[in-house]
Design a protein around this ligand. Structure first.
Ligand SMILES: [Zn+2]
Length: 511
């Protein structure tokens, strides 16, 4: 007898429907599994055979063939265990074929018949909905993640026997209902950190506000203890709250990475990722034998914070250049091409020298050559991808003592959102959203300068010996500063501030 069940795998952050066909015929007893399979899928044969036996299904000695199609896509992972078991039982007549209609199965089987969690449930259920399936049977450990797709009937199951009884109408199982309102009210707007926690650092805060408004990458240079990490951690709190679509997009990435669980089935806060400087390039940008998203994708629509920037492996950092420009990362493997979104704000922090106190000569013992070597770990092309460079200074005693009433994240966020709205409406017919994404061509269209402003930038250009890239970056940042004031034209004031954010890297990296 022949049967067919449906399942799915993940490519990038999208699901792909896979059909699982089983055939049972007379002949020498054997169990064949075909269809361009990774090693984990090939091992499903043993898991399925033993879990069927331990669930009380003793299969007659027949020739079993299972085929996973389409045949040109490599199947990886353990999520096909459940659909393979269901297809075999259907082929043996334990379940009527019609009971599998419009149903998608995913789940890993234990030898005792238990069903374990798998990765990528959210994108799979989402794809199932778009492909016209009406119910998904998934591991109980993933049920809240799948139930985020509200229009789908999602059933969480914990053992093989339960699935079979449910399919044969011998037991009743209710689709899982996830209370989205409750989910949102529990998480939304509740931050445990706030910009008002940071005393002083007004210049750095201002630069960060500009950066967050136009999604400009930032580099902070300063001695240890100057609050660089404290500032960086608070950047997501001044970015606009996530829309549902954004939450879904981020959650898909976390689902594929296996980072969602029943306590957190949807990412509702902007990500803040701060990988250690010993991270490998694969872990940072994504990849691996079975491709997985890297930190740059996990920071999608949020902040990627690289502390001790010069300590990162140089090659690792250089690989960031391409995804920073393109806002996505493409990984090519034998089994296909994988794309992961990577649209994040890069915030890097570093000490000015290995001891951390340059140019304070009272404290810094580094020789000029040592300082140069330390700063030289950051390449020029990478510096060119950073729009804003700021110095963070040690907070002095007076600042701490005075403890002025400082602005909250909510106040700053209101201004950031206004500046973003200005950009949204200006770029409604473009394929980008933020000033940081302006190309040289679009800069001449959107960052026109008046006479006085032109003279100022010309002066800066010759005096600071700027590259063409640096020049473009100044104009982009000036555009954002003007947008924060909702000003149509870039004025001298806006331009001067933008030039300031460029002069620091001149100070440290001047040849
Ligand atoms: Zn030093």
């Amino acid at each position: 007898m022949f049967s067919k069940a449906y399942s799915a795998s993940v490519n990038g952050i999208d699901g792909m429907i896979v059909s699982v066909e089983a055939d049972v015929s007379d002949g020498l007893p054997m169990f064949d599994l075909v269809g361009y399979l990774g090693s984990e899928v090939r091992e499903a044969r043993e898991r399925v055979r033993i879990s069927l036996k331990n669930s009380g299904y003793h299969l007659p000695p027949k020739r079993i063939t299972v085929n996973l199609s389409p045949a040109d896509i490599r199947k990886e992972g353990t999520a096909f265990d459940l659909p393979i078991a269901i297809a075999i039982l259907t082929a043996f007549g334990y379940i009527p074929q019609k009971n599998l209609a419009h149903t998608l199965f995913i789940g890993e089987l234990s030898l005792n018949g238990d069903i374990n969690k798998v990765n990528g449930v959210l994108p799979i259920v989402y794809t199932a909905l778009k492909q016209g399936f009406t119910r998904c049977i998934i591991p109980a450990g993933n049920v809240k993640e799948g139930a985020v797709v509200q229009e789908m009937d999602v059933y969480g199951v914990s053992c093989l026997k339960d699935v079979i009884e449910f399919l044969n109408n011998d037991s009743l199982l209710e689709p899982y209902f996830l209370d989205m309102d409750e989910l949102f009210s529990n998480h939304r707007g509740k931050e445990d950190i706030d910009f008002s926690d940071v005393t002083g650092q007004e210049l750095a805060k201002r630069a960060i506000e500009v950066g967050a408004s136009g999604m400009h990458n930032i580099l902070m240079v300063g001695p240890p203890g100057a609050g660089k990490t404290m500032l960086a951690k608070r950047i997501p709190t001044i970015m606009p709250e996530l829309s549902f679509e954004e939450s879904l997009e981020i959650s898909k990435i976390y689902s594929v990475s296996g980072l969602l669980d029943n306590n957190q089935s949807l990412i509702l806060k902007r990500p803040f990722r701060s990988p250690h400087h010993t991270i490998t390039s694969t872990a940072l940008t994504g990849g691996g034998r079975t491709p997985m998203p890297g930190e740059i994708s996990l920071a999608h629509l949020g902040v990627l914070f690289l502390d001790e920037f010069p300590e990162f492996n140089r090659n690792t950092i250089e690989i960031l250049r391409q995804p920073l420009e393109e806002n996505e990362i493409t990984i090519t493997r034998l089994q296909g091409t994988f794309r992961y979104p990577a649209n994040c704000m890069l915030v890097a922090a570093m000490n000015p020298c290995s001891c951390g106190h340059y140019p304070n000569r009272n404290k810094c013992n580094c020789s000029p050559n040592q300082v140069k070597r330390y700063l030289g770990k950051i390449s020029r092309p990478l510096l060119d991808r950073i729009d804003i460079c700021i110095e963070t200074l040690q907070v002095n005693y007076k600042d701490l003592e005075e403890k002025k009433v400082t602005e909250t994240s909510k106040d700053i966020r209101a201004r950031v959102m206004k500046a973003r709205e200005v950009q949204m409406s200006r770029y409604c017919n473009e394929n980008f959203n933020y000033n940081s994404q302006l190309t040289p061509k679009s800069i001449s269209k959107y960052c026109k300068l008046g006479k006085k402003e032109q003279i100022l930038i010309e002066k800066a250009f010759t005096k600071m010996n700027l590259s063409a890239r640096a020049y473009h970056r100044i104009l982009k940042v000036a555009r954002t500063i003007a947008d924060l004031e909702n000003a149509d034209d870039i004025s001298i004031k806006h331009l001067s501030e933008a030039i300031c954010y460029r002069s620091l890297d001149k100070k440290y990296w001047e040849e």
